[in-house]
Design a protein around this ligand. Structure first.
Ligand SMILES: [Zn+2]
Length: 452
C-alpha cells in the first residue's frame, strides 16, 4: 500500500487513540482506561503497570510521539502543570526555562473570556512537515505539477528503478545519461541532463550549489524551495516536471527534444501560466473591489489584522463599525504582541469585533473579515482543537448572543479605512475600544482617511 515504515505507521495509529482519550475524556472507552490506568489524573500521569493489556501497552508506547506535537491551551489555570506542560508560545521547548542570570521572562498568552479549564491542542505548525507540504500545495503552479511532486515525495513515481523493484520488466538505466540507475532522486536532480537544463536559468543557480550527502528527495526539495523566491520556486517546479515529461516522451513516443528546445518550452509554459494567473487575479479583484454599506437597521463591522513578519514582534488589529449610511459608529484600534502568524492576529481582530459589539449592545451586525480560513472556521461552529481553539470559542459564545449577526468574507482592498488603520495601530501603543465619538488619539487619522 505504499507505507514506507510500518512501525511508524502503527505508532501513529496508536497515538491517534491516545489523542481521542484527550479529546473525549467522557467517552466510555476513555473512562474505562482512565479508571484502570490513570485514575489519579490524565493520560500524561499514567504508568505502565505490571500486567497491562496489549492495547494499553501499545497506546502507552505512542505517548512520547503524541507529546511531541501537543501544546497546552491555557484556560483558567486550574489544571495546568506550569513547569511540565508545553504552553509557552513561540519557544523551542514550549516549556518554561530558568534564566541563570536571574532575569524574568514575560510572555503573553491569549486566555479565553469564560472561566474554563485548559485543554490539549494539536500543534498546527507540526514541525517542518506541514510547512513543506504547504510549500508544494500552495505553490503557484498548475495542479498536475503539484500532484507530480506529491508522487516524487511519496516515492511512488514510476521510475525504472521503482518498477524494477516491483518486478516489472523494463530497462533500468536513465533515459538521459544512460549511465546511472533511474531513481526518483536521479531523474529529479542528480542527472547531468537536469543540471545542464538548470544552467539555462541563472535565477535558479542557487539550486546547483545545494548538495545533500544524506537525505531523501523530499529533504532536497525542501532545501531548494527554502532558498528560492516564490516566482523562482514556481519556475523550478515546472522545470523538474518538464524533465519527467520529456522522459515519458522519449519512452513512449520515441521523440527527443534538445536542451535548447526544452528550455524554450519551460520558459513559455512558465510565462503563459503567470500571465493567466495575473489575469484571473485582476478579474477577481475587480469583482470584489467595492465596500457596500449594510442594509438599513444593520451595522457592518470590518475586521482587519496585520502581522509584522519582519520583526516577528507582533501585530495590529482594527475593527471599524459603520451604519447603513457609511458613518463610523465605533471601532477598535489595538496593538497585539507575542503573536507568531497572521492567522492569530486575524482571529483576535474578529474576537475584538464581537467583544466591541457585545460590550456596547449593538446588533444585528454583519461582520466582515478578509481571512477566508478564519471566516470558514467561525461559520463551521465546530469544536476547534487548534492553538486558537479557545479564542474561537469566545467568538462562538458572543456571536450566539448577538441575534442574526454573522461573519462573511470580503476582499482586503474593499475597505479603505479598515485596510489602512492596522499599520497605524502597529506603530502605536493604543488599546482603544470606542463607540460614538472617535477617540482624540486617532480622530485626525480617521478624518484624513474619510476625506480622501
Ligand atoms: Zn541520468
Amino acid at each position: 500500500m505504499g507505507f514506507r515504515d510500518l512501525h511508524a505507521h502503527n505508532l501513529a495509529l496508536l497515538a491517534k487513540q491516545g489523542w481521542r482519550f484527550l479529546c473525549n475524556p467522557t467517552s466510555l472507552v476513555a473512562r474505562l482506561y482512565g479508571a484502570k490506568y490513570f485514575s489519579q489524573g490524565d493520560i500524561w500521569s499514567s504508568v505502565l503497570t505490571s500486567s497491562p493489556s496489549a492495547c494499553w501497552r501499545g497506546i502507552y508506547s505512542s505517548l512520547p510521539l503524541l507529546r511531541s506535537d501537543i501544546r497546552w491551551q491555557v484556560g483558567n489555570g486550574a489544571t495546568i502543570h506550569a513547569w511540565d506542560d508545553p504552553w509557552i508560545p513561540r519557544h523551542v521547548t514550549f516549556r518554561p526555562v530558568i534564566r541563570m542570570d536571574g532575569g524574568t521572562l514575560w510572555v503573553k498568552v491569549y486566555l479565553c473570556f469564560p472561566d474554563s479549564l485548559g485543554m490539549s491542542t494539536w500543534c498546527e505548525s507540526g514541525g517542518g512537515t506541514s510547512a513543506f507540504w504547504k510549500s508544494i500545495w500552495f505553490a503557484n503552479v498548475p495542479g498536475k505539477i503539484k500532484v507530480h511532486f506529491w508522487k516524487v515525495c511519496s516515492s511512488i513515481l514510476p521510475t525504472n528503478s521503482q518498477l524494477c523493484s516491483r518486478r516489472v520488466p523494463i530497462l533500468d538505466g536513465c533515459f538521459f545519461c544512460n549511465v546511472e540507475e533511474e531513481t526518483i532522486m536521479h531523474v529529479s536532480c542528480e542527472c547531468p541532463f537536469v543540471k545542464d537544463l538548470l544552467n539555462y536559468f541563472p535565477s535558479l543557480g542557487i539550486v546547483q550549489t545545494l548538495h545533500m550527502v544524506h537525505g531523501s528527495v523530499r529533504d532536497w526539495l525542501a532545501l531548494c524551495l527554502g532558498n528560492l523566491t516564490k516566482m523562482d520556486a514556481s519556475l523550478f517546479l515546472i522545470l523538474v516536471w518538464f524533465v519527467w515529461k520529456e522522459r515519458n516522451k522519449r519512452l513512449w513516443n520515441g521523440r527527443f527534444a534538445s536542451l535548447d528546445q526544452l528550455a524554450f518550452q519551460v520558459t513559455s509554459f512558465y510565462h503563459l501560466h503567470m500571465s493567466v494567473q495575473a489575469h484571473s487575479r485582476r478579474v477577481v479583484g475587480r469583482r470584489n473591489i467595492q465596500w457596500t454599506p449594510p442594509s438599513p437597521g444593520w451595522l457592518k463591522a470590518n475586521c482587519v489584522g496585520i502581522y509584522d513578519a519582519s520583526s516577528h514582534s507582533g501585530g495590529g488589529i482594527v475593527v471599524v463599525l459603520k451604519n447603513s449610511s457609511g458613518s463610523i459608529l465605533g471601532g477598535v484600534c489595538s496593538k497585539v504582541r507575542w503573536v507568531s502568524n497572521l492567522q492569530t492576529v486575524e482571529v483576535l481582530a474578529c474576537r475584538a469585533a464581537c467583544n466591541l459589539v457585545d460590550r456596547f449592545g449593538l446588533a444585528p451586525v454583519a461582520f466582515e473579515s478578509d481571512f477566508q480560513r478564519v471566516v470558514t472556521t467561525i461559520n463551521s461552529q465546530g469544536v476547534n482543537i487548534s492553538l486558537l481553539g479557545r479564542v474561537y470559542e469566545d467568538i462562538f459564545t458572543m456571536l450566539g448572543s448577538l441575534h442574526d449577526s454573522y461573519f462573511s468574507y470580503i476582499s482586503r482592498t474593499a475597505n479603505k479605512v479598515a485596510n489602512m488603520l492596522p499599520r497605524f495601530a502597529l506603530g502605536s501603543d493604543f488599546d482603544l475600544y470606542w463607540s460614538g465619538f472617535v477617540p482624540t488619539e486617532i480622530s485626525g487619522f480617521i478624518a484624513t482617511l474619510c476625506t480622501n
